[in-house]
Design a binder for this molecule. Structure first.
Ligand code: KIV
Length: 338
């Protein structure tokens, strides 16, 4: 940075003189304050007519009419905003955020405070979809009272509409308690990532008859306890279709559970292709964001290094008279200092 106070006219850097020659002066432009990151308009664009808030009743109506339900994870304001703007039915603040956003090696590392921070950000962007958040590992296991206390924080401080819990029959009392105080619960059965160590890895569940029966019993018992929907992860498609038919009213949402469920969910980063690492069998990449990001960063760095960015059209102007006055002031200061 130049210290203009001590630079005499003859010593002024060439860039400064060149710059003064290239001034243009629309004062309206000069007086406006621009931010590179400004909040978007709150209005939902791209959806006509504007959508109504998605309710549990609406999801049940979709199930009855056999209209597939779309659910997608979101972890911050922009991803929440995208779910809102592009017609997703359910936004899930999944605890996969531990891995895809926070760089932990397992969802079991995520704390309730970290989750709350992200639910709040998503909630600011996603108003219309039903907003569900995963209860982090350890926040609903000690007792149903503990689960209620923590779920209340997720609703009250975070802005979640409902919570999702991973587990089976052992959660029946907890689901009953939560729903009895008005906190809607989505049950999550099949592969339970929070138990990946106990399960010896992220393995498909319900592949043999006994374990398939276990998954079915869990889904039926959790619906009976009050769960408004059941997420089925990584189970054979015939089993998922069967469970979907056996449940009385709760829609099923599948991930790695085939086409026979009432809806589908994917992790944002898997769908968008924000990374090119391991791809589970059930993941389809619907976009290639990683390549776009790479292209963008390379082009930006190149433009900075060859000084083609920023161009004069990407820079602010100063009225010529103000620039000349500024130079006089600098000279006055320099003369005083001499
Ligand atoms: O945390 C998560 O992303 C999930 C998936 C099953 C969608 O729960």
């Amino acid at each position: 940075m130049f210290n203009y106070r001590i630079i005499k006219r003859a010593q002024r850097p060439k860039q400064l003189l060149d710059f003064s020659a290239s001034l243009c002066y629309p004062s309206r432009v000069c007086s406006r304050r621009w931010m590179s990151a400004r909040p978007e308009e709150r209005q939902v664009v791209g959806i006509t007519p504007p959508r109504k808030k998605v309710t549990i009743q609406h999801l049940q109506a979709l199930r009855t009419s056999r209209t597939p339900i779309t659910m997608l994870t979101a972890y911050d304001f922009p991803t929440g905003r995208a779910c809102e703007a592009h017609g997703v039915d359910i936004t899930l603040v999944g605890d996969s955020l531990a891995q895809v956003c926070l760089g932990y090696d397992s969802t079991t590392r995520l704390t309730l405070d970290e989750m709350l921070h992200h639910i709040r950000a998503v909630a600011r962007g996603s108003h219309v979809p039903l907003l569900i958040a995963d209860m982090p590992f350890g926040t609903y296991h000690a007792s149903p009272e503990d689960a209620v206390r923590n779920a209340v924080r997720m609703v009250r401080e975070g802005g979640a509409d409902a919570v999702k819990l991973e587990g089976g029959l052992e959660l029946v009392d907890t689901v009953r308690r939560l729903t009895s105080v008005g906190i809607p619960v989505m049950a999550h059965v099949g592969l339970l990532p929070q138990r990946h160590v106990a399960l010896s890895g992220y393995r498909t569940q319900g592949r043999d008859a006994e374990s398939a029966l276990g998954v079915l019993r869990s889904a039926l018992a959790l619906e009976e306890a009050g769960a408004f929907a059941v997420l089925l992860e990584a189970i054979p498609h015939v089993l998922a279709t069967y469970i979907t038919q056996r449940l009385r009213h709760a829609p099923t949402i599948g991930i790695g559970a085939g086409p026979g469920t009432d809806g589908q969910v994917l992790v944002w980063d898997d769908l968008m292709g924000t990374w090119h690492g391991h791809q589970a069998k059930f993941v389809r990449r619907f976009a290639d964001v990683k390549s776009e990001v790479e292209k963008g960063i390379r082009a930006y760095s190149e433009a900075v290094r060859e000084r083609s960015f920023p161009a004069s059209t990407e820079s602010y102007e100063m009225p010529k008279a103000q620039w000349e006055r500024f130079q006089q002031l600098v000279e006055g200061d320099a003369a005083k200092d001499a």
